[in-house]
Design a binder for this molecule. Structure first.
Ligand code: PLP
Length: 247
């Protein structure tokens, strides 16, 4: 069985964060491991408090897992602090982890910072270690300084993020008006993944980005190409949210 690691924050309500990632890994038939970057107090409508774990503890969690497991792919979600960001970069630089999906989480939907100010300034320095980076429109704009109002802007931002070091960039267009589309750039080709908007209560869409990036990591661990991984992850996300809306 392939093994996937999530390096992410805890969401006690389970809709986002590492709890949601572990469920996603299991749904893809992979073994899930987790290293906690931060503890939060939240439910599906608001993040109330956030506390990052010390960098040393994050490093020990990952190193202890590496003593026992061969990790086929990993993802980062909420990183919490600059200290944690540095730990992840050091492990990547040393070649300890591979197939890294970087979900460039900066804030919750409600606006709570999920990475401290110093970390947010340096988040771009993780891009050279990403096989796939998955920014939403707000994150893509923050990382590149490009104003994004449509597909043209998404493409420009994806190309800028590629030139900042990410091997593949998936800019998620969920915040666009009208039918959503995600844009993948692999350095050569632009692929547009069109979707249809699923209607439902806001709480049902909590953690959308977490599920997508976890699903991509699980597919990469299984040896799928990046394009196939994104396609499968999007198909899974759609089913997941249809079932959340029905629930
Ligand atoms: N909590 C944790 C631990 C997360 O990792 C994330 C997103 O990455 C969120 C909350 C934010 O979820 P939402 O975007 O639905 O507010």
């Amino acid at each position: 069985m392939k093994t996937v690691l999530t390096i992410a924050g805890s969401d006690p309500s389970g809709g986002a964060g590492l709890q949601s990632d572990l469920r996603t890994f299991a749904a893809f038939g992979t073994r899930g491991l987790s290293a906690v970057t931060a503890v939060t107090a939240q439910n599906s409508s608001a993040v109330k408090s956030v506390m990052a774990v010390p960098g040393r503890l994050l490093r020990e969690q990952i190193e202890t897992l590496l003593e026992e497991f061969t990790i086929d792919a990993a993802k980062t979600g909420m990183i919490g602090s600059l200290e944690n960001l540095s730990v992840i970069k050091r492990l990547m630089k040393a070649g300890r982890l591979r197939n890294l999906v970087v979900d460039t989480v900066l804030r919750s939907t409600g606006g709570k910072p999920l990475l401290d100010k110093a970390g947010a300034k340096e988040l771009a320095s993780l891009l050279p270690y990403a096989v796939v980076a998955t920014p939403n429109l707000i994150e893509a704009a923050a990382l590149t300084g490009i104003k994004i109002t449509g597909i043209k802007g998404m493409e420009k931002a994806a190309k800028a993020l590629f030139s900042m070091g990410a091997a593949n960039v998936l800019v998620k267009g969920g915040h666009l008006k009208g039918e959503p589309a995600d844009l993948l750039y692999d350095g050569k080709e632009v692929t547009l993944f069109k979707g249809s908007r699923i209607k439902g209560p806001k709480a049902a869409f909590h953690g959308t980005g977490c599920v997508l990036s976890a699903a991509i990591a699980a597919c990469l661990a299984k040896g799928f190409s990046v394009k196939k991984s994104v396609k499968e992850a999007k198909r899974f996300l759609e089913e997941e949210f249809k079932s959340r809306v029905r629930a």
